[in-house]
Design a binder for this molecule. Structure first.
Ligand code: TRP
Length: 499
């Protein structure tokens, strides 16, 4: 693994790059976000848009980001600036998204820490009622967003522990974690296969799985569904965050690109789909036991994985041990994503302010991340979470995706980039890629975003009160304004651009 240095740092090998990219893609997005978004949008109804978006948008952008970094030999801001000076604000936006996402990402890891400790208890503290345990004991959830409640002490402590771990990863470099990743990467696959075998043999599981894979074409006209699929693809593949551009930049100029991109997409999607099978199998079982339709078994939302997985785990023999291993795994697949998100922020800060020492930057970013995360440890935490996740991932992230495609597709030239990609890759891409980058992605994302904008203005998201919506809007408008200012104010050339 590498650190950014004066001279361009290098991955030790192509395989290490691949592992790092998979490590960044594979994370809580697969085990936690994918199942609950799929559940929220009706199981099978979500899967088709998801796969279409993956192929038409996710993979082309993945190729674009790897290629951009590798061609320019610079991180996000530097790469954008090399194409056109006015676009450095785009790199700032990406870094901002990294910060917001890691602020709540760390909280989810904190939840898993609490479950880790809980696994040591016999009987398991959530046995029989994981959903109640999560709402009452972990979150101490309040009745609504207006009722902030108080900070949950356990969650604050867990969050602090997570941030300390992240800080040491970023601060000490990624070498040791690089090794940990080699172990922690196959582990989730193995565990999920075990859970899958347990889940499908539960009574009622097949009905749950049928709900998961049975397509529902009547919902395909919902713009919201498609936008949710887009945010999930971006989130899960880690595209639109600038991080993969930096990863690509540590590759030698002439290294194959296309096959790596497909490998990352395959591993990431495979894990998500597998997690879905487990969660929906369990939901089917719970539906049978509670005698309710599958869509009513649990409250849809970020709590899903923390209800379904503990349930599945508690039905295994040696439930405590399996639970422990499972939550340790969640923690580990989360941490490499978390620190690469933090590096997405620190790299940008360091590019801009060269003189600040690296550990100090890491310390400030981690400290601010912890403080920002405190809002999610209150009784209303889950509601804030829902709002911020919605606004940031459906607007900011998608906006970065659009502008990035326009920048490479039109300003730099899609064909020029494709020629470069094909000149270094054994697996060639055709003109379809140009079409995706220049037309399909900007147009479809633009239209869907506009539709969502109208919906959100007409009907407040999930019925939250006005002031809460205002927070969501503020979180996207403020950084957008800064990025625009960066485009039109004269700026001093930064040292990064002169390298
Ligand atoms: N893809 C990660 C996941 O699925 C989350 C993530 C989003 C991420 N953007 C990132 C990780 C940037 C590293 C870098 O959990």
């Amino acid at each position: 693994m590498v650190k950014l240095a004066e001279q361009r740092a290098r991955w030790d090998s192509r395989l290490i790059f691949l592992f790092a990219a998979i490590g960044s893609a594979v994370g809580l997005g697969n085990l936690w976000r994918f199942p609950y978004i799929t559940y929220k949008f009706g199981g099978g109804a979500f899967l088709i848009p998801y796969l279409i978006i993956l192929l038409a948008i996710g993979i082309p952008i993945l190729i674009l980001e790897f290629a951009l970094g590798q061609k320019m030999q610079q991180g996000a801001i530097g790469s954008f600036r090399k194409i056109n000076r006015r676009f450095s604000g785009l790199g700032f936006l990406a870094a901002f998204i990294c910060f917001v996402v890691v602020a709540y990402y760390a909280v989810v890891m904190g939840w898993s820490l609490i479950y880790m400790l809980g696994s040591l208890h016999a009987p398991l503290p959530w046995s029989g009622e994981p959903e109640k345990f999560f709402a009452n004991n972990v979150l101490q959830r309040s009745a609504g967003i207006g009722d902030i409640g108080s900070l949950s002490v356990a969650l604050v402590v867990a969050l602090a522990a997570v941030w300390i771990a992240i800080f040491f990863c970023v601060f000490r470099g990624v070498k040791s974690i690089g090794k940990a990743v080699m172990v922690s990467m196959p582990l989730p696959f193995i565990l999920l296969v075990i859970l899958f075998l347990r889940a499908i043999t539960l009574d009622g599981a097949l009905a749950g799985i049928a709900y998961y894979i049975r397509p529902d074409f009547s919902l395909l006209l919902s713009g919201e569904l498609w936008l949710a699929a887009i945010s999930q693809v971006f989130f899960s593949l880690s595209i639109g965050f600038g991080v993969l551009i930096a990863y690509g930049s540590f590759n030698p100029l002439r290294q194959g690109i296309t096959r790596n991109a497909f490998a990352v997409a395959l591993a990431d999607t495979g894990l998500s789909l597998l997690a879905g099978f487990v969660v929906f199998g369990v939901l089917g079982h719970m539906a049978l036991v509670q005698n309710v339709p599958i869509e009513d078994v649990v409250k849809s939302g970020p709590s899903l994985a923390f209800a379904a997985f503990p349930q599945a785990l508690s039905l295994l023999p040696l439930a405590g041990i399996f639970s422990l291993v499972f939550f340790v795994t969640i923690f580990f697949i989360g941490i490499d994503s978390a620190f690469s998100l933090v590096e997405g922020v620190t790299t940008v800060v360091r590019d801009r302010w060269r003189r600040i020492a690296v550990p100090l930057v890491a310390f400030i970013v981690c400290g601010l991340g912890f403080i920002s995360g405190l809002i999610f440890t209150t009784g209303a935490g889950l509601y804030f979470f829902d709002i911020i996740d919605h606004y940031v991932n459906s607007y900011l992230l998608v906006a970065v995706g659009i502008v990035q495609c326009i920048l490479v597709g039109w300003v730099y030239g899609a064909e020029k980039m494709r020629n470069y990609i094909n000149s270094v890759s054994r697996m060639k891409i055709g003109r379809w890629w140009d079409a995706c980058i220049r037309w399909v992605i900007p147009l479809s994302l633009g239209i869907l975003m506009a539709m969502q904008l109208i919906t959100d203005i007409r009907t407040p998201y999930e019925g939250y009160p006005q002031w809460a919506q205002a927070i969501g809007w503020g979180i996207i408008i403020l950084p957008l304004a800064i990025a625009l200012l960066m485009a039109f104010l004269p700026s001093r050339p930064s040292p990064a651009a002169q390298r």
